[in-house]
Design a protein around this ligand. Structure first.
Ligand SMILES: Cc1cc2nc3c(=O)[nH]c(=O)nc-3n(C[C@H](O)[C@H](O)[C@H](O)COP(=O)(O)O)c2cc1C
Length: 196
């Protein structure tokens, strides 16, 4: 089974460890999940809670070959937003697309619905995005959920082919973690009120 063969996948003897010990990995290198593994990962992430089964999300996958043109769209958007930006600044912006060997863009496709308000649909898309992050960790890959103004920039939106009303829920940077794993977050008491 392809998913069982991924080096670095954590051995799970404590089911909550996956949730508790997952950390974002800003430093990511090749390899990214291959197409087959990615399909399994995204399929699993789509099991997120989803009122009305509207599936108000879709994915855009940016692989190694597509990163350059995405970076160019970032730079073009930066130049449009700030015409005084110098070439070095634009290069730094362009390089943001190269921070990982793969980016999975989770796109929220919310639409008016008589019973399911748009905030619920957004929440479902966010659950999917976390599912991608968590599933990547479970498979031994690293991930980091990022956002930012690029998802609203017309030049980037045109490059991605986003329709009116679609929004970028998350840019999920994916790959093999580089460097030492960050320490787990210190355990803190959850802010719970028991209603009496
Ligand atoms: C909706 C959303 C957007 C985020 N956007 C960014 C971002 O643009 N840049 C960033 O450094 N972290 C961003 N984060 C936070 C990181 O994904 C990560 O959670 C944070 O760095 C803490 O690391 P940890 O997940 O290991 O605790 C975002 C998180 C969420 C849920």
């Amino acid at each position: 089974m392809v998913l069982g063969n991924i080096p670095g996948a954590p051995v799970v003897d404590d089911p909550l460890a996956l949730l508790r010990d997952r950390r974002s990995r800003p430093a990511l290198t090749a390899p990214a999940p291959d197409r087959d593994v990615l399909r399994h990962l995204l399929t699993a992430a789509c099991s997120a809670p989803d009122h009305g089964r509207l599936r108000p999300w879709r994915f855009i996958v940016v692989d190694d070959a597509a990163r350059g043109s995405l970076g160019d769209s970032f730079a073009a958007a930066h130049a449009e937003r700030d015409p005084s930006a110098d070439p070095a600044e634009l290069d730094r912006t362009r390089a943001k697309a190269l921070r990982a060997p793969m980016i999975v863009i989770v796109v929220g496709t919310t639409r008016p619905h008589p019973k399911v308000p748009e905030w619920e649909q957004r929440a479902a898309a966010a659950c999917v995005a976390h599912g991608v992050v968590l599933g990547a960790h479970a498979l031994g890959f690293g991930a980091m959920w990022r956002t930012g103004w690029f998802g609203e920039a017309p030049k980037v939106r045109a490059h991605l082919g986003l329709a009116d009303g679609e929004e970028v829920t998350g840019w999920i940077y994916l790959g093999t973690p580089a460097g030492a794993a960050p320490a787990p977050r210190p355990a803190t008491e959850p802010p719970v009120t028991w209603l009496g």
